[in-house]
Write a protein that binds this ligand. Structure first.
Ligand code: TYD
Length: 144
């Protein structure tokens, strides 16, 4: 099994059509755009200044995180390294592999964080305790 770390995650440039005088359009399509098929979409919005989101890891979930509006910073943590990504373009998405801790901070006013996810919601896939996460990284076969 593959071992994923923060360097396996990167910004994906999404298909964009913005030569149109009526405005811009970006497409995400199963089978072509992402390394996974999208089973769920959710978005965070009306986030008060100074608030952070995330603060958890997923055991198996893959995600694409998009600043659909505004800007914010995502910090990924594999238990050894941290890497921060500033997202502020609706035609870019941060591809997040499974097994990584993520913190989302510094939301601009009006920011919308759209997340495309590889699975439907499953509370059992979450690790919300950082010490448990560190233990998971040391014992999960995907991380060894
Ligand atoms: P939470 O995971 O804490 O949000 P964040 O991404 O900031 O960590 O989710 C907040 C609430 O929303 C929590 O009660 C669980 C619920 N929720 C769902 O019911 N379905 C979902 O797909 C998601 C992402 C969250």
């Amino acid at each position: 099994m593959a071992q994923y770390n923060v360097f396996d995650c990167s910004i994906i440039e999404l298909d964009k059509h913005h030569e149109d005088r009526r405005g811009n359009l970006t497409v995400v399509e199963n089978g072509t755009t992402l390394p996974f098929d999208v089973k769920r979409v959710y978005y965070l919005y009306d986030i008060p200044g100074g608030e952070g989101r995330g603060a958890h890891a997923h055991r198996d979930l893959e995600q694409l995180i998009v600043a659909a509006s505004g800007a914010f910073t995502v910090t990924l943590d594999d238990g050894k390294c941290k890497r921060s990504f500033f997202l502020n373009r609706p035609y870019q998405g941060l591809y997040v592999k499974p097994g990584l801790w993520r913190d989302l901070v510094d939301f601009s006013s009006g920011a919308v964080c759209m997340v495309l996810a590889s699975e439907v919601y499953d509370p059992a896939d979450y690790i919300r305790d950082y010490h448990e996460f560190v233990e998971f990284r040391q014992t999960d076969e995907k991380c060894l």
